[in-house]
Design a protein around this ligand. Structure first.
Ligand SMILES: Cc1ncc(COP(=O)(O)O)c(C=O)c1O
Length: 386
């Protein structure tokens, strides 16, 4: 492992604080290192490994596609793309009838905001303190978390801030120049912050009233993470479906892909050449999307998430240092009485990978959707309460 660490440190820009693990192979909830160690992965590589590492159905699909046609652009039709679009729309809330494919979460959000501006002829976008939307120019300008807007300077004009969960703060800025309200329906990086279902309902009504496009950034909450296909339309959203959902992360099980799902009204404003990207809708990524959605369905992962979440909450209630468990499904923020960094480190020493957040007391869990009770038991006993 030493030479791996040395080489990366020497030849790659040091943009991430890395764990001392050289990941070599994955299987379900496990990551195997080049030293022959095995780690329980409760972080999923930034929430990407939704179907688990190397799900056999996904691996088979991308192997077959790789041998057939790796890529051709949107200038031709493709069975792989047709299938992925049909499958994605089929699991989405009924009003979201069209997909646009791109390559990442930030790009999905850039396109979501662009579509809202095109549909309304307005420029301003409201986002929320604590929300994270990506690192490209417009998305980072929409990110009122930590110092991201500082990093992204000069910021794109046309971004307004409101307080998550606080309708008065939204009403105060939602004037006739506002094209869209965009939010992470559960604010993950901020420490897994949730809002009352009524907040989403009121946002929906305000948007209808003032001709504003509602965008859910479901880059983390989408594709089964909350135990539903999407946060949109769920009970936690009070059944509210936005006009646009942006997706990425778990959508391709690790093959980079992003998407926007839009309703007919938004779609009616988008014409040829308004949006595009070379790699969007490429065959390899599309085969991964279809196989990912099929695997979630075939393995009944949504049911699994709900059952194992309940078990996790019950087991964590026995753990004295745990003050609260935030979030939904397998997007969980475990709040400790003290700073969580030491717990994160202690778990790592016991070969369990978890995530931190911008709330120093909150440890984040974003495990593969196939995590079972046995994995929860390992985690809870590693916390010192087995
Ligand atoms: C909610 C949310 N939106 C957008 C992004 C950006 O996605 P990407 O890193 O694929 O550009 C992230 C990444 O962490 C995210 O968590």
């Amino acid at each position: 492992m030493k030479s791996v660490v040395q080489k990366e440190d020497q030849f790659e820009l040091a943009t991430y604080k890395k764990m001392p693990i050289a990941a070599e192979r994955g299987d379900g909830v496990w990551i195997y290192t080049s030293d022959g160690d095995r780690y329980l992965d409760l972080y999923g590589g930034h929430a990407v490994a939704g179907t688990g590492h190397c799900h056999p159905h996904v691996v088979k699909a991308i192997r077959e596609q790789a041998g057939q046609l790796l890529f051709y652009s949107n200038l031709v039709y493709s069975n792989a793309r047709a299938q992925a679009a049909e499958k994605l729309v089929s699991v989405a809330p009924a009003s979201l009838t069209k997909a646009f494919f791109c390559n990442s979460g930030t790009e999905a959000n850039e396109n979501a905001m662009r579509m809202a501006r095109m549909a309304t002829g307005r420029e301003q976008i409201i986002t929320f303190s604590g929300g994270f939307h990506g690192r490209t120019a417009d998305a980072i300008s929409a990110t009122f978390l930590g110092n991201y807007r500082e990093i992204g300077k000069p910021n794109v004009p046309g971004h307004l801030q409101a307080e998550f969960g606080d309708m008065d703060s939204v009403r105060a800025v939602a004037d006739e120049n506002v094209a869209a309200i965009m939010l992470e329906p559960i604010q993950s990086m901020a420490g897994v912050r949730t809002a009352e279902p009524g907040f989403y309902r009121e946002l929906r009504e305000l948007c209808h009233e003032r001709g504003i496009v509602l965008i859910y950034d479901e880059v983390q909450t989408g594709v089964g993470r909350t135990g539903e296909w999407f946060f949109a339309g769920s009970d936690a959203s009070d059944g509210v479906v936005p006009d646009v959902i942006s997706l990425a992360k778990a959508l391709g099980s690790g093959v980079p892909v992003g998407a926007c799902l839009v309703n007919e009204d938004i779609a009616s404003h988008i014409k040829e050449n308004d949006l595009g990207t070379t790699f969007g809708g490429g065959m390899l990524a599309m085969s991964a999307v279809t196989a990912t959605l099929e695997a979630i369905e075939a393995d009944r992962m949504l049911e699994n998430v709900k059952r194992v979440e309940a078990y996790m909450r019950a087991r964590l209630s026995e753990v004295e240092q745990v003050v609260a468990v935030h979030g939904r499904g397998f997007l969980l923020g475990i709040e400790f009485a003290e700073k969580a960094a030491a717990v994160h480190q202690k778990l790592l020493e016991q070969k369990i990978i978890t995530g931190t957040s911008s709330n120093p007391k909150v440890l984040r869990l974003l495990p593969p959707l196939c995590l079972q009770e046995a994995g929860v038991d390992l985690f809870v006993s590693a916390l010192g309460h087995g």
